[in-house]
Design a protein around this ligand. Structure first.
Ligand code: AMP
Ligand code: MG
Length: 333
């Protein structure tokens, strides 16, 4: 199959719609990462997503809709705070998990009685979703467990020959996947951290918890149990306070004539050799926007990547740290 990369326009939109309605997959940009879209109402189309990505069949998908789409047709919306969250953060990088009405393929939620719905703010995503006018199931447009794509080229690198069309909307500005928040209960519970932080949600809803699976419990956000976002090179992860050990590790591999790179925040970079350092940025938002771009660059340039955690904690940084840990240490949640 030939994979076309087209800028958003009349022709590419018409082609995208025709492809989706015939059960094919179309990759499209969002403000977080590129999504791999399928007609959420079709079992066969949704199955295609799992097959093309090599995604485990118990890892549910998020349904993407245009901001004017009537979500009442998809989900039961009973908690008053959910409306306040939508008003405060949507369109944007916040996915809300509701009780499902069963209007889309059961394969979207892997048999769960809930449905995750997102309204992306990226102008291309909005144009695309308005034009196709159907609920679009879409995970990140990468091979399962690899680093999520933040450019059309990243999608092409992973899925070339496997999907017919990538809509090119340039580089994603947000950089890490949406926050996933369960709104079925008395108060919201964050299942996956992201650019809308738990603190920001608590401010609007009055309270917000962070879901931490207890040992032995069935995971409520199944995707979180998998190793994720991993670059193809060897990785080591150090605490912010362990920069000296990280430098020793750098020297150990550099002496073996391996291609070694360090990934760290700008403020921690001075002890590492500048030409072998990838700078994450200064703020949590900058680091979120740069993380996957740099992990994808690292796997091209490096045999060994030495990541040093940023110092800050809380807010958006928790989402950045969550992805960095899963990418570089393969920590299981
Ligand atoms: P991805 O699209 O690859 O960013 O993954 C979407 C993530 O959203 C999954 O890994 C799940 O953790 C989460 N998710 C999707 N649907 C649900 C749901 N119905 N309940 C809980 N978590 C969900
Ligand atoms: Mg993903």
């Amino acid at each position: 199959m030939v994979t076309e990369i087209l800028p958003l326009g009349k022709e590419s939109l018409a082609r995208a719609k025709a492809l989706l309605l015939s059960g094919e997959l179309v990759a499209f940009p969002t403000e977080t990462v590129y999504g791999l879209g399928a007609d959420a109402r079709s079992d066969a189309a949704v199955e295609n997503i799992y097959r093309v990505k090599g995604r485990p069949s118990d890892n549910p998908l998020i349904v993407h809709v245009h901001q004017d789409f009537d979500i009442a047709s998809l989900v039961e919306d009973v908690q008053p705070y959910a409306a306040r969250l939508r008003k405060a953060f949507l369109p944007g990088p916040l996915t809300l998990v509701y009780k499902s009405r069963g209007a889309v393929s059961a394969k979207v939620s892997c048999g769960l009685d809930t449905l995750a719905v997102r309204v992306p703010s990226h102008p291309c995503a909005q144009q695309f979703l308005r034009y196709v006018d159907i609920p679009v199931a879409a995970p990140s447009a990468n091979i399962s467990k690899h680093v999520s794509p933040v450019s059309a080229q990243h999608v092409y690198d992973d899925l070339m020959g496997k999907i017919p069309l990538i809509l090119d909307g340039g580089m994603c500005s947000g950089g890490i996947e949406s926050t996933v928040c369960d709104v079925t209960g008395e108060y919201p519970v964050v299942l996956r951290q992201g650019l809308v932080s738990r603190e920001m949600i608590a401010e609007v809803a009055g309270r917000c918890d962070l879901y931490v699976p207890k040992t032995g419990e069935q995971v409520r956000s199944p995707g979180m149990k998998y190793k994720h976002y991993a670059p193809a090179c060897r990785t080591f992860l150090f605490e912010a306070e362990e920069a000296v050990r990280a430098l020793a590790c750098y020297r150990e591999y550099a002496e073996k004539a391996e291609r070694v790179f360090v990934l760290c925040e700008d403020g921690a970079a001075d002890i590492f050799p500048a030409e072998h350092t990838l700078l994450l940025g200064k703020t949590a938002q900058e680091m979120a926007a740069n993380l996957y771009k740099l992990l994808r660059l690292a796997e091209r340039k490096a045999d060994v990547l030495i990541a040093v955690k940023p110092k800050e904690r809380g807010g958006v940084m928790d989402g950045v740290l969550n992805r960095l840990c899963k990418a570089c240490a393969g920590e299981e949640k």
